[in-house]
Design a binder for this molecule. Sequence first.
Ligand code: ZN
Ligand code: ZN
Length: 98
Amino acid sequence: MTNDLPVCVCCNKPVEVNVDQYEKFEKMHWLCFHLKYEHEGDPDKPCDNPICPWWHLEVYREKLLELGENPEEILSNARHTDRDRELPANYDNLFIKE
Ligand SMILES: [Zn+2]
Ligand SMILES: [Zn+2]
């Protein structure tokens, strides 16, 4: 079935989730479209667009901190309960810091 999926012109990977909006996003993944046309500045940082997934993560992170939770600890615990998600050694500081 995956052979029938259209391919993203930006990253050359199959478009699955937003396949019905393939044309609307100019034959790209929604995320590829956002990063190419809407995202301002460094793609590794949140932008001002309220649909930005990086910004969503920042909002969640700030809310967790407000609730007295430690976002890094939550991710660390999740990794330990999911053996397929070992963190590559060089990805130590991936989580956005203030
Ligand atoms: Zn793509
Ligand atoms: Zn963005």
